[in-house]
Ligand binder design. Structure first.
Ligand SMILES: Cc1cc2nc3c(=O)[nH]c(=O)nc-3n(C[C@H](O)[C@H](O)[C@H](O)COP(=O)(O)OP(=O)(O)OC[C@H]3O[C@@H](n4cnc5c(N)ncnc54)[C@H](O)[C@@H]3O)c2cc1C
Length: 456
């Protein structure tokens, strides 16, 4: 193995540069998914865009693998590598809100918790994920699905511009006005095109929402899913709601004797006038008796953080995903068969609605191609103990095999497993060839290949 001049990199960087001998290396190499155990040669904890340039140049000049880490949540572990360079952006988490234009600029390592806290102070928000510890950049570059998507589109539909360090170490600004081809590709193309050191978003007035989870008996599962299918098709766009299979955690709002039981749940967020929330939730109460619920008015960031405790860092993860155009009776039957077997309190299946404002953007307008799909399914296997790995991955695969025939060929790149690389073309549907063209222009050597890779 070559001896790397890591001290030269150290001399260039403002942030910490951590190599295998350094104290803190073990901590620094760890990522969210405990299934991923990799040992990079060096981790650059970037303090600014200059450090990112230094890290990109170092990897390219020494022919090393390069991994980019924002929030660290990649289930396939794209935020780390063996023997290469990791650019870790977790020290770059600032979020600046401009209330005069209702926009916010977020640094490349900010999480949705950082972002929502900053924008909430101004009564503003944009579409982000449903867990506050997930990275803004990684989630956005793949598309960005969350409670507010039906009303405001995907996270990428609210992206105004991005600062990007490309594979040749250049710093560029991408927007509709500059590097518009890169801007198009960034909106769905993931980490294929460079390191986003900051992202600028359009915000919307969202302050208090009315929301939370409702748990129903498994005996009602078919009714609940059929109801959901009909309901969401015409629901007001201020309603973000999705069904989930969930084992009841030991929380005070759930009867103690039901802790540990599996339920079908609906998790909903009403972002319209908060006083209309109870009325907006009536259909959820009419469909079947609610065994337990934690529903009410709350600040939007509170709902965004409400499920963080179910998914702490350090669990083992394996996920599968697919887009769904029509939730057929056969698809529902597959959910009814496999969802109730959800193996741990951390595991789940979510069926996110991606209609409304998401459909008003054309399939070719951004790299995110499945603009006609109505749902994004994700089957989440998450468990604490390595000894449970086989049983949990088997459940995810079994469930996925049952829903796949009723789904589109492609799925959402951010929910895909590491063994899904052969689906990348399908994930981008008609947009793949254009992504390849942009990849050839900005990263012909495929320096950024640790992702759902667009091969130049
Ligand atoms: C608990 C949990 C909840 C989730 N919930 C949602 C959800 O509600 N909605 C949703 O859409 N997705 C969700 N996801 C999926 C999520 O979008 C992806 O896991 C995403 O990759 C996470 O981004 P990150 O920055 O946290 O991860 P990282 O592991 O840091 O990054 C993943 C990849 O994204 C790219 N990347 C990250 N930061 C940058 C950057 N600054 N510049 C360039 N490339 C970058 C890189 O390719 C990197 O390898 C969730 C994931 C988890 C684990």
């Amino acid at each position: 193995m070559q001896t790397l001049p890591i001290d030269e990199l150290r001399a260039q960087a403002r942030g910490e540069v951590i190599s295998t001998e350094d104290e803190g290396y073990e901590d620094a190499r760890r990522v969210y998914n405990a299934m991923i155990d990799r040992s990079p040669a060096v981790i650059v904890r970037a303090a600014n865009a200059g450090d990112v340039v230094a890290g990109v140049n170092f990897a390219r000049e020494h022919g090393l693998d390069l991994a980019v880490r924002g929030g660290g949540h990649s289930v396939p572990g794209f935020g780390t590598c063996d023997d290469g360079v990791v650019i870790d952006l977790s020290g770059m988490r600032g979020v600046r809100v401009d209330p005069s234009t209702s926009t916010a600029r977020s640094e490349g390592g900010a999480t949705w918790g950082d972002f929502n806290a900053a924008t909430h102070a101004f009564g503003l928000a944009t579409t982000g994920g449903i867990i506050s510890t997930t990275g803004v950049a990684g989630l956005t570059l793949g598309g960005g699905i969350g409670y507010l998507a039906r009303g405001f589109g995907l996270s990428i539909d609210n992206l105004v511009s991005a600062d990007v360090v490309t594979a040749d170490g250049q710093f560029v600004q991408a927007s509709e006005r500059e590097h518009d081809d890169l801007f198009w590709a960034l909106r769905g193309g993931g980490g294929n095109f460079g390191v986003a050191t900051s992202l600028e978003f359009q915000l919307h007035p969202v302050n208090e929402i009315y929301g939370g989870p409702m748990f129903y008996e498994l005996s009602a599962v078919e009714n609940v899913l059929r109801f959901y299918r009909e309901y969401i098709a015409d629901a007001p766009e201020q309603m973000g709601a999705f069904p989930a299979f969930q084992i009841a955690p030991p929380l005070p709002f759930i009867p103690e004797d039901r802790h540990g039981d599996a339920f079908i749940a609906i998790v909903a967020c009403w972002a319209g006038p908060v006083e209309e929330g109870p009325k907006a939730f009536e259909p959820f109460h009419d469909v079947a008796p609610v065994v337990a619920e934690f529903v009410g008015p709350m600040p939007y960031p509170a709902l965004n953080g409400a499920f963080d405790g179910l998914l702490p860092s350090g669990l083992h993860h394996y996920w599968k995903a697919a887009f769904v155009s029509e939730l057929t009776d056969d698809a529902i039957a597959a959910h009814v068969t496999h969802g109730p077997d959800v193996p741990t309190v951390h595991s789940t299946m979510h069926l996110y609605p991606i209609d409304g404002a998401v459909h008003r953007v054309g399939a070719g307008d951004t790299a995110f191609a499945y603009r006609d799909a109505n749902f994004a399914t994700v089957i989440v296997g998450a468990w604490p103990d390595a000894a449970q790995s086989e049983a949990n991955t088997a459940w995810v695969r079994r469930y996925y095999d049952a829903v796949a025939p009723h789904s589109e060929e492609g799925g959402y790149v951010n929910f895909m497993a590491g063994d899904d690389q052969d689906r990348v073309r399908a994930n981008y549907n008609g947009n793949y060839d254009r992504l390849v063209a942009v990849k050839r222009a900005y990263d012909p050597g495929n320096l950024f290949h640790l992702n759902q890779n667009v091969v130049p």
